[in-house]
Design a protein around this ligand. Structure first.
Ligand SMILES: *Cc1c(COP(=O)(O)O)cnc(C)c1O
Length: 378
């Protein structure tokens, strides 16, 4: 049987090789690949059935990547929020740690397009600097290993990182963000799972965008991780011509739940240079959430978020309709079928006098809708 290293080595990285398998003009994409690397694993090559399908669009370079010059190359200002190399500390109690810049496949819509696939990552002494930072920052209780894809590190390097992080007493959770199970399932070996389970609680958020990515091999990889006690979530990017359709997204969330993966985030695409051709409207995302909420298992409904340009973090969005009006007396609500309901508020202890002083505000339902989303989806 092929090892994961062999499967990775058999991936397609050169335009001329790609042209042997798919209908592409290698000279038209050579410049693109020089700027933004390509890698397509054997599993992913099998997924691609025709030009421009959902799998092609995610990994085959397009000349448009180089002509798209309006947006930024670091739209989330990750470089500015980095206290030590490879660490992004944006939120009060959690940090993002980029441990490699290699990926099994190079997504054409990648937020870190400026970094991935390029050499020189996590140099001598840098892990120690990160651990030192974490030791000094007792407020950090959750760390997300990202990259690149952490599961492309060999077991002994990944274990070195996990072991070092577990020397920080206040660090409660370690999360790993990965597209490996869905693109290089050979990597999820019993040995990897045995190693990971020594460092619990470890959570994983896996990247999946289309239901047909859940092949039998991919489901087996997810099953191994789940059996090793790793709670699995999915992060999905809303992409034009890939999953910008409620029926596709309904199938995706069902396939994920079958594979014991809970949909976590649906991302509006970031404003990264070279990715604009795959971006959809926000209305499309809201339509999708509307088509899921109430119509299928609540566990299958992800939080739809925009990672705010300029480093504001993730902002949840809900269709505006659910909370129609909120007064100190009552809420006016609309359910998924469009029917209206009233929910009375509890009596305020100082009763009517205080009420009269308050202006009767109609809270914009997108902002209050978010806290509703937390209680409904949480
Ligand atoms: C997404 C992200 C996190 C984690 O956010 P959660 O909402 O807790 O999943 C942490 N740090 C950065 C910089 C992020 O982009």
């Amino acid at each position: 049987m092929e090892t994961w290293q062999q499967a990775l080595a058999n991936s397609i990285t050169k335009p001329a090789e790609l042209a042997k398998h798919l209908d592409v003009d290698p000279s038209a994409i050579a410049d693109v690949v020089a700027e933004y690397p390509m890698r397509i694993t054997p599993m992913w090559m099998k997924l691609i059935k025709e030009k421009g399908d959902a799998f092609w669009r995610q990994v085959v370079p397009e000349p448009e990547e180089l002509t798209d010059d309006s947006p930024a190359d670091d739209p989330l200002h990750e470089d500015l929020d980095s206290p030590v190399p490879h660490l992004v500390h944006r939120y009060p109690d959690r940090v993002l740690f980029m441990v490699t810049n290699q990926c099994p496949i190079y997504c054409r819509f990648c937020t870190r397009k400026r970094l991935v696939g390029k050499p020189g990552f996590l140099k001598q002494g840098e892990l120690e600097r990160v651990v030192k930072y974490l030791q000094a920052h007792t407020e950090v209780r959750d760390i997300i290993l990202s990259g690149g894809d952490p599961l492309l590190l060999p077991d002994h390097l990944l274990e070195r990182i996990l072991k070092a992080l577990r020397t920080v007493p206040h660090l409660e959770l370690i999360r790993i963000g990965s597209r490996v199970p869905g693109s290089l399932p050979e990597r999820i070996t019993p040995e990897l799972c045995e190693m990971i389970r020594k460092y619990h609680p470890i959570y994983m958020n896996l990247h999946f965008n289309h239901p047909d990515e859940l092949t039998p091999e991919v489901k087996t990889a997810c099953e191994r991780l789940a059996d090793a006690g790793v709670p699995l979530g999915a992060q999905t990017v809303l992409l034009k011509g890939v999953n910008d359709d409620p029926a596709v997204m309904m199938r995706l969330v069902h396939q994920l739940l079958l594979a014991r993966v809970k949909p976590y985030y649906l991302y509006q695409a970031d404003l990264t240079r070279g990715t604009n051709h795959l971006r959809t409207t926000i209305e499309t995302g809201l339509e999708i959430i509307k088509a899921l909420q109430g119509y299928t298992s609540g566990m299958g409904v992800p939080h739809y978020v925009i990672d705010a340009p300029g480093g504001g973090g993730k902002i949840p969005l809900l269709p505006a309709d659910y909370l129609v009006n909120l007064t100190p007396e009552q809420a006016t609500l609309t359910n998924y079928e469009g029917k209206t309901y009233m929910y009375p508020q509890p009596e305020q202890p100082d009763g009517n006098s205080r009420r009269r002083e308050l202006p009767m505000v109609s809270v914009p339902s997108t902002s209050t809708g978010c806290s509703m989303a937390d209680s409904m989806l949480g």
